[in-house]
Design a protein around this ligand. Sequence first.
Ligand SMILES: [Fe+2]
Length: 319
Amino acid sequence: MAYRLAPLFCRPWTLNGMTPRLIENHYELNYGDALRRLNAVSAELDALDPAATSAETINRLKRDETAALNSTLLHELYFASLGGDGRAVPPVMAAALERDFSSVDRWRRQFMALAEQLAGGSGWVLLTWLPRDQRLVNQSGSDHNQGIAGGIPVLALDMYEHAYQLDFGSNATAYVAAFMRNIDWNAVQGRFEDAAKVPPPRPLEQKEFGDVPAISVEQVRAMIDAGTPMQLIDARPRHYTTRSHEIMEGAVWRDPERVDDWVGELDREQKVVTYCVYGFHVGCQTAIALRKAGFDACYMAGGHYAWKAAGGKVRLFDS
Ligand SMILES: [Fe+2]
């Protein structure tokens, strides 16, 4: 099963001192690349026969998969962390930081010290909730390989030498075989059942457009691949398209300010999919206007950049 792309949640034009261009590039190139790598390596793992593949190859692919998965998850969290004013810590969050770090200020200093140490290098600084200890911790992770963010392990094999040296000397193979024979699968299942009850992160809903039907970029691509007839309308604002060189393949640009001028060109029998730059406001409002006019219209979540980040085809835009 392919991992799905998450639309950009923050509104890039509202950020203070960070340009939409920075966010667009980061989202499209780094996040998009991580997700595409993740899906490519997952597909490779699904397709190979573990019995006929070397352990080294499987290990390399799994390492690549973990790095791409963590990069994907952490980028989504990063983009979902932006968009506020940075100053007002709401009461519940402030109380939690005070409890676990003595004060919000101490938390902030520690968090920023970790960031400082990574300057010039690479990695992530995270504020992380530990369900086990019901507390918050700051964490610095180099690369993308510091465990699955939010993951809850249910089975663990300790491969440090201290775990087997006394009984098996350096014979790790014998140790692993013994471990496999001693797994308590009832306990593993019990932990799995508990873990499965932990709810996933709440969906990031654009509440003001909650009742407008949305379609994901993956669904649109599947419809295109299947030859499903639809009318794809690029409804990016004119001021934006004048500086854009690309448009989704198969889409036509229509001015969202002048829906009445072009609505007559549409086929009433065919589904209409509209989108804008990031998938908020303009694309949604165009979909609402078309629905009011009696069309089966929806908006493509994430818009132009989600399409590009998912590796969708674009063509040169000559307006
Ligand atoms: Fe990044």
